[in-house]
Design a protein around this ligand. Structure first.
Ligand SMILES: Nc1ncnc2c1ncn2[C@@H]1O[C@H](COP(=O)(O)OP(=O)(O)O)[C@@H](O)[C@H]1O
Ligand SMILES: [Mg+2]
Length: 411
């Protein structure tokens, strides 16, 4: 289908596959409907939409929430496609468009759903959720994880420090397994980067903002947040994109370089999208260099969450896996997490305190498969299990025995 955005009376129809350049078109339609035509009940009709991503949807969340704050109400007609409708609900888009009808999502799949911070949700909780998503879904090393944590932290901080957004900030993250990439988008309905930096040409302002040491206030800030996160995304071979007022800046792929333009329709706030490819162990060292000195963030998620002693890493199974114990898919995610922790080169302690039972499919997916994958000696020397209930121990033993017979080849 020919993809487009169409507005008439109080209805905005989004048809076909929604692409990134539709964001401004959607902002324009909202403005025409609400401000020019004076409608206070807006219908967002996605029934004929057959593809959409967070790159377009997340930036709309603060804009829509800001209109709602000003008394506009929204109705959502979800896509006819059932899978796409599920995405609207799981990603919380439905919830932020029409909270009266859609409850917040507790879905834990390949993403951290859209979350609003600066109010109810805490920024550091969101950071933890994104780090956890990566450990569960992708294959990472610690320094890359640090680079991602630093970037997301800086971009969220910018909302609190500079945006003056009446609705706070919104963030969403997605793990792409096929390309071992994590993408996050942070959006606000604030004053915009050009206004904050007091630069008249909006395209120029965004270009300026991603330079080292560029800040609105040198006595307060270092000016490295956007520079550093841009470098992390760019040097990883990923993507980077900023929408702020009339300014647009993006890098689709490193060969193409930075694209930068002045758009007719403004985005009334700031939205930053970062897609970071995981794989280069030197990424942190290459990307985060300020005044030519490498910057290594002193405390990271791994330390806060797993490091109790000097040399070991403890995974609290009840805290980290309680929602996974019942299923094979849950097992896949916990195995990924354990593998990532084993990559740190410490012994990994699995603490089963408070765990009374696990499903045999979970036990097979985690312990059976890890045992076969690593071999008995490595499994037993590198993984230590503590406080294991006898029932759970029985289930783990049986899973290992059975999986050893089958091998890891089958499904
Ligand atoms: N979300 C935002 N809203 C408004 N202005 C922003 C936002 N993010 C960044 N800026 C502007 O861009 C400048 C550069 O940001 P950054 O590189 O993170 O440096 P710093 O935060 O240390 O000033 C900020 O000083 C501010 O003027
Ligand atoms: Mg900053």
């Amino acid at each position: 289908m020919d993809s487009h955005v169409e507005g008439s009376l109080n209805r905005i129809s989004i048809q076909g596959g929604v692409q990134r350049h539709h964001l401004r078109r959607l902002c324009a339609s909202l403005h025409q409907t609400i401000v020019d035509r004076g409608c206070s009940d807006v219908v967002l009709d996605f029934s004929l939409c057959d593809g959409v991503t967070e790159a377009v949807m997340l930036p709309l969340m603060p804009i829509i929430t800001d209109y709602r704050r000003r008394g506009i109400s929204f109705d959502l007609i979800p896509p006819a496609d059932a899978q796409l409708t599920r995405l609207f609900l799981n990603a919380n888009w439905g919830h932020y468009i029409k909270p009266e009808r859609y409850d917040p999502s507790s879905h834990e799949g390949g993403h951290v759903p859209a979350l609003r911070f600066g109010g109810t949700e805490d920024q550091s909780d969101i950071l933890d959720k994104v780090m956890r998503l990566i450990l569960r879904q992708l294959e990472t090393d610690r320094s890359t994880l640090k680079a991602i944590e630093w970037s997301l932290g800086e971009i969220m901080d910018n909302v609190s420090n500079h945006a003056q957004s009446s609705v706070g900030g919104f963030v969403q993250a997605t793990a792409y397994k096929n390309r071992n990439q994590v993408e996050f988008v942070v959006s606000d309905a604030g004053i915009g980067i050009p206004a904050s930096m007091q630069i008249d040409n909006h395209a120029t302002a965004l270009r300026e903002a991603i330079h080292e040491g560029v800040t609105r206030d040198k006595t307060q800030n270092a000016g490295n947040g956007l520079y550093g996160s841009y470098r992390v995304a760019f040097l990883s071979g990923g993507q980077f994109e900023i929408h702020s007022l009339h300014g647009l800046l993006y890098v689709n792929n490193p060969e193409e370089g930075i694209r930068n333009s002045q758009e007719t329709v403004p985005y009334n706030g700031t939205s930053v999208r970062c897609a970071i490819t995981i794989g280069d162990h030197e990424l942190l060292n290459k990307a985060l260099r300020f005044k030519d000195v490498p910057h290594d963030p002193p405390v990271d998620y791994i330390e806060r969450t797993f490091e109790r002693g000097e040399d070991d890493v403890t995974l609290n199974m009840r805290e980290q896996a309680w929602r996974d114990f019942g299923s094979r898919q849950g097992g896949v995610k916990i195995r990924s997490m354990i593998r990532n922790l084993l990559n740190l080169n410490h012994p990994v302690i699995l603490d089963f305190s408070g765990v009374g039972v696990i499903s045999s499919s979970f036990a097979d997916e985690v312990f059976g498969r890890l045992f076969v994958e690593m071999g008995p000696r490595a499994f037993m020397t590198r993984i230590e299990m503590r406080n294991v209930d006898p029932t759970v121990e029985g289930l783990i033993d049986r899973a290992i025995v059975q999986r050893t017979r089958l091998g890891n080849g089958d499904a």
